[in-house]
Structures are given as structure tokens and as C-alpha cells.
Design a binder for this molecule. Sequence first.
Ligand SMILES: Nc1ncnc2c1ncn2[C@@H]1O[C@H](COP(=O)(O)OP(=O)(O)O)[C@@H](O)[C@H]1O
Ligand SMILES: [Mg+2]
Length: 239
Amino acid sequence: MAHSESNQNDCMRSAIISAPGYESVDEHWFLPQAWGRQAHAVTEGGRGSAWFIESECGSFVLRYYRRGGLAARLSDRRYLFTGFNNTRSFAEFRLTDELYQRGLPVPKPVSALACRFGSLTYEAAILVERIPGARSLPTCSRVDDEVLWHHIGKRIGAFHQEGLDHVDLNCDNILITDDRIYLIDFDRCKLRVNSDVGAGWKHNNLKRLYRSICKRLPFFSEEKRTRVWNELIAGYHSL
Ligand SMILES: Nc1ncnc2c1ncn2[C@@H]1O[C@H](COP(=O)(O)OP(=O)(O)O)[C@@H](O)[C@H]1O
Ligand SMILES: [Mg+2]
């Protein structure tokens, strides 16, 4: 993995961690304005801090870490610095890489950046490969296909069996292509070592997704929502 992390120390102002093959990534890669017309803001799903990058080196998604809620009034991008290895971007990079190495359907991580501001705070961003032809669940043309929901349940079950606690499991973090279902956006997520112990976290992930379905798919009648949810749960338990 990454080279720039090997000589990092916490006196540095910024650090980058990169996947093999992406050793040449530098801070410019994380500046949407540096990409000019090769960068397009992501308009669907998410919190409005992501860009699609179309470059000679490949298609990527660049995302800045931002807070919502009350903390955002102080600063919506800065976090307390306690070492580069503890930054949101480095943690998400490592977790996504681990899932990718295990063969789970997640985007391939490219690189993560953390920049210090003063001695206390940092800003961070991550780059991942774009999944070709992927649509988020709410914008996918098959969203009302109950067979798809069965497969989504099965997929979530498979991630749970691997121990992934996806703390932001919502409709926009489920991507659909013609032949695969992906999970994305692993900020603050955890890999539980023994995935069966204290499985309340699995229930919490599913509860979070149910709330998101109510919010993001308002065109579903209550009856339709119940049907797709029952399919999802059946798929979840079918492994
Ligand atoms: N690897 C990817 N391939 C294709 N589309 C993606 C990918 N990553 C993110 N997106 C799109 O960008 C949106 C926002 O990305 P996400 O990583 O969820 O950031 P956030 O929710 O923090 O804004 C997603 O809902 C999806 O539509
Ligand atoms: Mg998201």
C-alpha cells in the first residue's frame, strides 16, 4: 500500500495514503478546480461534497468530509487532529481497501488525504474508483422490482456476515449496476471481529435503511414499501 504514509509523522502538515498503482497521486488530485472540466459535482444522493472526475488515468469519485447538524456551525469541514492514522479519510481508505481485498462489491480505493490546520484540526478527502454505469437505488430504473430488493437484502446479509457495521446504510449508499449491487461510503464504519456478538448493530443498520426508504422513496405506497421490505428481509436471511 501507500508510500507517502511510510515517512509521515505528525509534524507534517499533510499526508497521503495511496493504493498500489496510484503512488503518483499528490494534493492536486484532491482539488476539484485543478481538474477543470474533468470534474463534475455529484448532484444526486450524498451531502454535496463529492465530484466525479473523468481523467486519462481513470474515472474517480472525490469526496470531502463534512459534518452536518450543530457541529457544522463551528466548521463544517474541520475535525480534531489526533494523528494521521486516526483521520476519517485514512480510516475509510483502510476499511474500504480491506473490504475490496476480501472480494466484496465496494469501489476500489485510490487515495486518501489529510491536511492539518493549526495544531488542533484537519480537513480530509478520499478518492475512489467510479463504478461504471452505477446508479444509486432511488434513481435506478429497477427500484420497484421486488426481486432486486431480495438481492439487496442478500447483499447486506453478506456484508454483515463479514462483520461490516455500516453506520450510514441509506438508499444513496446502495449502488446498482446491470449485474451487481454495491455498498459505498464507509466513513465511520467498523469491521466487527466476531460479527455475531452483540448483533444490535445489525438491527441498527437495517433500521437506518428503513428510515431512508421512507424518506427517499416517497412514491412507494405503504403497501409497496411493506412488500419490498419483506423481500429485503427474506433475502437477508436467505444466506
Ligand atoms: N464509486 C462510485 N461510483 C459511482 N458513483 C458513486 C461512487 N461513489 C459515490 N457515488 C455517487 O456519489 C454519491 C455521493 O457519494 P458518497 O460517497 O455516498 O458521499 P456522501 O454521501 O458523503 O456525499 C452517491 O450517492 C453516488 O450517487
Ligand atoms: Mg453517501
